[in-house]
Design a protein around this ligand. Structure first.
Ligand SMILES: [Zn+2]
Length: 299
């Protein structure tokens, strides 16, 4: 994705990894082989490889508003202990190089906004320095929805009391708590406004405090949708929640509402995991929907 202009806001993508991930039927328990076969003509090869693995991207968005520089979601991170995810374990992704290509240094980020606290959305909150996890963006306030934080903080405490690992592959312990300990966390309500035209919206379901980020500027609109959708295959049937959803029914309701709200409008969907093009519009297609990639955004 080249730099996109949304009114006065400039949006860049900071990519960590793009490629094959888990099989689609593992990600979406509701989808059948018959569904995949019926939609193979557009699912392959862009969204599905020969082994039916889902093609996904892991990226952040950098929004520059003129007043603030805001990083949305923070991918997997480097050097993390992720023993149950071999591709993430002690990873060495060129993420900071990707950020450098935007011309913005980590010190210049004003806000980090995690849509939720899964391991692939908080990783770059911290980096390893002299054996300790320190904030990667030392001058940023890290915006955490209080509902989301409270849920995982309780889960973390209970897990440790039982002698079990910290939740989300250990990412709460190594990528969230060090930010809080460093005094950089900003606990907010679900409708927190960064500035006029840029604000959170509750989208609970994927996780208990999951949020999306809305952007409006000069008549242009975008939604940073995090994990409301993992793949365009979910536009075939918005009831198909992912295997990673905390409350699949609530997640489906949120997905359905978002898709219906923005379908056939100019609102850009800034997806959390769609492969290139990661941003686009939702369009109706018979009895379901499709994704119309729009990179780079025509202005
Ligand atoms: Zn994710």
């Amino acid at each position: 994705m080249k730099t996109q202009q949304l009114g006065q806001f400039t949006i860049d993508r900071v990519t960590e990894y793009e490629g094959a991930f888990a099989p689609l039927k593992n990600i979406l328990p509701g989808i059948t082989q018959a569904d995949i076969d019926a939609h193979a003509s557009w699912l392959r090869p862009a969204y599905l490889d020969e082994q039916d693995r889902t093609i996904m991207s892991f990226h952040s968005y950098l929004i520059q508003t003129g007043r603030h520089r805001i990083l949305v979601d923070a991918c997997v991170g480097n050097d993390k202990e992720r023993v149950h995810r071999p591709g993430w374990h002690h990873a060495q992704f060129p993420y900071l190089q990707s950020l450098a290509q935007t011309g913005v240094a980590p010190e210049e980020i004003d806000f980090v906004c995690c849509t939720h606290m899964h391991a692939d959305h908080v990783g770059w909150n911290t980096r390893l320095q002299d054996g300790r996890w320190v904030p990667t963006f030392p001058n940023a306030r890290y915006v955490f929805a209080q509902t989301e934080y409270s849920h995982w903080e309780k889960t973390h405490r209970e897990a440790l009391a039982r002698g079990e690992p910290s939740p989300n592959h250990g990412s709460f312990a190594d990528s969230v708590l060090p930010v809080v300990d460093a005094g950089r966390a900003l606990m907010v309500k679900d409708d927190f406004e960064f500035e006029p035209g840029l604000y959170l919206g509750a989208a609970h379901g994927h996780t208990p405090g999951n949020c999306v980020l809305h952007a409006h500027s000069q008549g242009r609109r975008a939604v940073f949708s995090g994990d409301i959708l993992h793949t365009p295959a979910q536009l075939i049937n918005t009831d198909w929640s992912s295997n990673f959803c905390f409350d699949p029914l609530a997640s489906a309701q949120v997905r359905k509402k978002l898709v219906h709200d923005i379908a056939d409008t100019d609102t850009l969907l800034m997806t959390g995991h769609f492969p290139t093009p990661v941003a686009g519009r939702v369009v109706s297609h018979g009895d379901h929907f499709r994704f119309a990639g729009a990179d780079p955004l025509a202005t």
